[in-house]
Design a protein. Sequence first.
Length: 74
Amino acid sequence: MITTTRGQRLALKRLFERSPIDADHHRLEPLEGVPISYRQFRRGVRPMFGGQGCILVQWCGMWVGIEPDGYTHT
């Protein structure tokens, strides 16, 4: 289990909310097109080695880095 900061959790929520939506208003996993919950999305977080607390999450075909203060970058 990876410990995240409040800024990282807010950034994860913003990314999730920007995910594609199907006709039934379910969030979709960006590449596979299957419905996904916020909890499932959050479980995809990985640590960035040598990243000084930065975490990585795969989103829309790219890895997004999220710094402890919530700053996101690809």
